[in-house]
Write a protein that binds this ligand. Structure first.
Ligand code: SF4
Ligand code: SF4
Length: 282
């Protein structure tokens, strides 16, 4: 497991500058929670999280990494961030194992909603994940239930605040347990002005106390059941970043990438070439 200083030099989403690239492997189509703003999609046009040109198998992943390194030798990180959740199936863990054996120099970065983080931590450590991102949108079940309809937990569907409470407890316990192993953890929060705007500082404080190192606030893309809500503006985002910054280091350069992004964030994207075999860069 790499330490925060070397991660800050190598990972574009943990502070690295100088053209560091990352590649997302879309190996996880399904999810175990029901975020009310989530619209997963398979297409090659939309530039947002939850979208990939296709879903690939863990066994095919190494081939795509080889292809991506030809288009973008600056890639230092292989990440799995959807389109669904990385722990809802075994696909992500299997993929990281194969990638670790073939490309030991690449950082392994995983994003999860955290529902199963604590119970899958032994597997996560076993495959040597270097950086972990956990999305925490509220630490109050009443607020979380407005953002998320429910969860599927150990085969049971648990809706409303009851599900939200389990999710929040598991997220915070998972962050703490992972941080205690020395893992570098970033927390993402989707900012929804009408729902969690005045709650962001509480989330930042709680996750910092559990050992998270970096905080990333992502403005809502209004879609699915929250399609009628507003897009947070620059002033909203700056205000909550300032509030959160009292408790934790705030990351300000997130590009809200696709689940199959390939390249240097904000500079280039070779998803179509790598996953669809197209020739032109975007
Ligand atoms: Fe969608 Fe991610 Fe929420 Fe799952 S955790 S429903 S993939 S936004
Ligand atoms: Fe980095 Fe944000 Fe893109 Fe994730 S979505 S790879 S944090 S820039």
């Amino acid at each position: 497991m790499k330490k925060l200083n070397s991660i800050r030099e190598l990972h574009p989403c943990f502070g690295a500058k100088n053209n560091r690239g990352r590649m997302h492997l879309p190996v996880c189509p399904g999810c175990n929670i029901f975020c009310r703003f989530c619209e997963r999609s398979i297409n090659k046009d939309e530039d947002r999280p939850g979208v990939a040109a296709k879903v690939i198998t863990p066994e095919a992943a190494c081939e795509y990494v080889e292809r991506a390194l030809k288009f973008c030798p600056d890639i230092t990180v292989v990440g799995i961030a959807g389109p669904g959740d990385t722990l809802a199936t075994d696909n992500a863990i299997k993929t990281f194992k194969l990638i670790g054996e073939k490309f030991p120099a690449l950082l392994k970065c995983m994003s999860t909603n955290g529902l199963l983080l604590k119970e899958r931590l032994p597997d996560i450590l076993d495959v040597g994940i270097d950086t972990l991102t956990v999305t925490v949108n509220a630490i109050d079940p009443y607020i979380e239930a407005q953002l998320n309809d429910g969860i599927i937990y150990h085969g049971k569907r648990i809706m409303g605040e009851a599900g939200a409470e389990i999710l929040i407890n598991n997220q915070l316990a998972g962050i703490q347990a992972a941080a205690e192993t020395g893992m570098t953890i970033k927390v993402n929060t989707v900012l929804v002005n009408e729902i969690n705007r005045f709650h962001i500082k509480d989330i930042a404080k709680a996750v910092s106390e559990r050992g998270a190192a970096i905080y990333n606030i992502i403005p809502l893309i209004p879609q699915h059941k929250l399609r009628d809500l507003s897009v947070p503006g620059c002033i909203d985002i700056e205000t909550v970043r300032h509030e959160a910054g009292k408790y934790i280091d705030v990351f300000r350069h997130c590009q809200h990438c696709r689940a199959d992004a390939v390249g240097v964030p904000g500079k280039n994207n070779f998803s179509r070439q790598v996953y669809l075999g197209e020739l032109q860069s975007r």
